[in-house]
Design a protein around this ligand. Structure first.
Ligand code: GLN
Length: 278
């Protein structure tokens, strides 16, 4: 059987079949396209069949390959972390627009997971002092591996939101927290079934983590510093109301490339202005 036939008979979408066979053969897609008429060895056939079967059982391609591209960088992913998603690049872009290139801005990523956000920010802004926290040790190991793979200087802590950061202040705080509602039927579909629930689910209405972050971040933000976070398609209004209730200014929401309200944020004010906390 040729390599092309092997892929065609897998029952997988052509792109997925090609990605799995590239992995088996350790070849590039350009090589595979040029050599599709070559005979497949028995070993390659068996190894490919095993990966194709995992995929047919629903396992995400990113977990089978152990990697996913995000903002132009390759990230290691394991089942301990959420698979980086394209819509999260919006959060990165909004953050980059607020991190000066030539100053040592202090940036914090809460619930870093694979480290995709923190590592990308540190990679794009080498002058910035990026800190990342996660409550999960296994996730932090992945994030650390990604930082070293991309030579990104990131300080990592294991802890619950600000638990490991008492007394620290930042110029920008970003987060892609768990925000899916516990009973959301979407959790039983597709790739999401294989991802860590702890990274996805934010309580009954999905907003538990966002409430905790909005409430506690203010004490860790310099006056004039931004808090930016990702949220679900139907949570923008609730997120803006939370930010406003906690005294953030310039509160707004930005849509992702699909036009879905995806990131909200606001600016922390001077402690003196915090009338609602008095
Ligand atoms: N956007 C993801 C999803 O809908 C959720 C990511 C998250 O909870 N941070 O699957």
């Amino acid at each position: 059987m040729t390599l092309g036939q092997l892929m065609a008979q897998s029952g997988l979408p052509p792109l997925e079949a090609r990605m799995l066979l590239e992995r088996v053969l350790t070849k590039t897609s350009a090589w595979l396209i040029a050599h599709a008429d070559e005979a497949a060895s028995a070993e390659a056939g068996q190894a490919f069949a095993a990966l194709a079967e995992r995929r047919r059982q629903g396992e995400p391609i990113a977990y089978i390959l152990g990697k996913r591209e995000f903002y132009g960088l390759d990230f290691q992913v394991t089942r301990a972390v959420l698979i980086p998603r394209p819509e999260t690049e919006l959060l990165v872009e909004l953050a980059l627009a607020r991190i000066p290139e030539k100053a040592a801005a202090r940036v914090l990523d809460l619930g870093t997971g694979s480290g995709a956000i923190a590592v990308t920010l540190a990679h794009e802004r080498p002058q910035a002092r990026v800190t990342a926290v996660d409550v999960d040790y296994a996730a932090l190991a992945v994030a650390r591996a990604n930082a070293s793979r991309h030579k990104a200087s990131v300080r990592f802590f294991c802890g619950d939101w600000f638990g490991a950061l008492s007394g620290e202040q930042f110029d920008l705080i970003v987060s892609n927290p768990p925000y899916v509602a516990a009973e959301d039927p979407h959790l039983a579909l597709g790739d999401v079934r294989f991802e860590p629930q702890r990274a996805l689910v934010g309580g009954a209405d999905g907003l538990d983590c966002i409430r905790a972050i909005v409430a506690t971040a203010r004490a860790h933000l310099h006056a004039g510093a931004w808090l930016l976070f990702e949220h679900g398609y139907d949570q923008a209004e609730a997120c803006r109301a939370l930010l406003e209730a906690h005294g953030y200014r310039a509160v707004q929401t930005w849509p992702d490339l699909a036009g879905i309200p995806r990131v909200s944020g606001g600016v922390a004010v001077q402690p003196d202005d915090r009338n609602d906390l008095k």
